[in-house]
Write a protein that binds this ligand. Structure first.
Ligand code: SAM
Length: 286
């Protein structure tokens, strides 16, 4: 079912009538294409047993479609100027709640617990504010295990990095940090022309499916995440030269010898399980 909000004429009129403008500081680019919205809804595989968490509902283009497709939508919007407009745009629906807060500041588990008793699944669906894509994703993945599936639109380059495989140019600390907890899949690309205002970059939608039984488990996750950050801090350097900032060189060499890995190895040649082994090895060597 198509919605009324996600189209160019409606977005232009709503902004004009309410003397609003798209705020750059909040990463506001409003979606104006019902086909893209339908593709997002299809990728999310929602039903009335699903509680949806949305970040940045904006004028409600995606929220409207989510209200139709799911049981309930809990949406976090930082911009208080948008709240009355959003509520007015969604006045036909009664299965949503807008929380006027910064998603980076909320106690997500507490909020989900308040709403989830009537629903079997919790899925996050969002057209993310691009300036904080990484902290949002890494923050939620580390803070909550209640969201089992994420369908998110983001800058194409970041989507490619998250889904990057070892030995490719896209593979980096972000791919590892995300894929440590979830299976990442690129769903489809989105051209910049479907937004008001048009951003300077193209976008893509990805899905993350949280592992029920994670294939990897570092003994100390804080150390694991610190290790991957350091390992990829300078791409042109070898692993040894990146890690000497935090570990003694002889310990790193001893570790690589222990795992039979050449001393000239670069981080992009290593798998998640290599980094888990390294972080377990380094546990009492800091
Ligand atoms: N969902 C709408 C759409 O698709 O048309 C708007 C998407 S726009 C790319 C990002 C939205 O996130 C904006 O509404 C913006 O105000 C909101 N936002 C930005 N930073 C936020 C934050 N820290 N917490 C919650 N919402 C935020």
């Amino acid at each position: 079912m198509q919605g009324k909000i996600g189209n160019k004429a409606f977005v232009d009129k709503t902004l004009n009538d309410n003397k609003l403008y798209a705020k750059k500081k909040f990463g506001q680019n409003f979606l104006t294409d019902q086909n893209i919205l339908s593709n997002i809804i299809d990728a999310a595989k929602l039903d009335k047993d699903t509680l949806v968490i949305e970040i940045g509902p904006g004028l409600g283009a995606l929220t409207e479609r989510l209200c139709n497709a799911s049981g309930f939508v809990l949406a976090y919007e930082i911009d208080s100027d948008l709240i009355p407009v959003l509520k007015n745009n969604l006045s036909e629906y009664n299965n949503f709640e807008i929380i006027n807060k910064d998603i980076l500041e909320v106690d997500i588990n507490k909020d989900i617990d308040l709403y989830k008793k009537n629903y079997k699944n919790v899925t996050l669906v969002a057209n993310l504010p691009y300036y904080i894509t990484t902290p949002i994703i890494l923050g939620l993945l580390s803070k909550t295990a209640l969201i089992k599936k994420y369908i998110m639109m983001m800058q194409l380059e970041v989507a490619d990095r998250i889904c990057g495989k070892p030995k490719t140019k896209d593979y980096n600390a972000l791919s590892i940090a995300v894929c440590y907890r979830a299976k990442a899949t690129k769903c489809f690309n989105v051209p910049r022309s479907v937004f008001i205002p048009e951003p300077n970059v193209d976008s893509a939608v990805i899905s993350l499916d949280l592992y029920d039984n994670p294939p990897f488990k570092a003994k100390n996750e804080e150390l694991f995440f610190k290790l991957i950050r350091e390992a990829f801090s300078q791409r042109r350097k070898t692993l040894v030269n990146n890690l000497v900032n935090v570990y003694k060189k002889d310990i790193i060499i001893e570790m690589l010898n222990h795992f039979n890995i050449k001393l000239s190895v670069r981080s992009e040649e290593l798998s998640i399980s290599d980094f888990v082994s390294f972080s377990d090895y380094l546990l009492d060597k800091e």
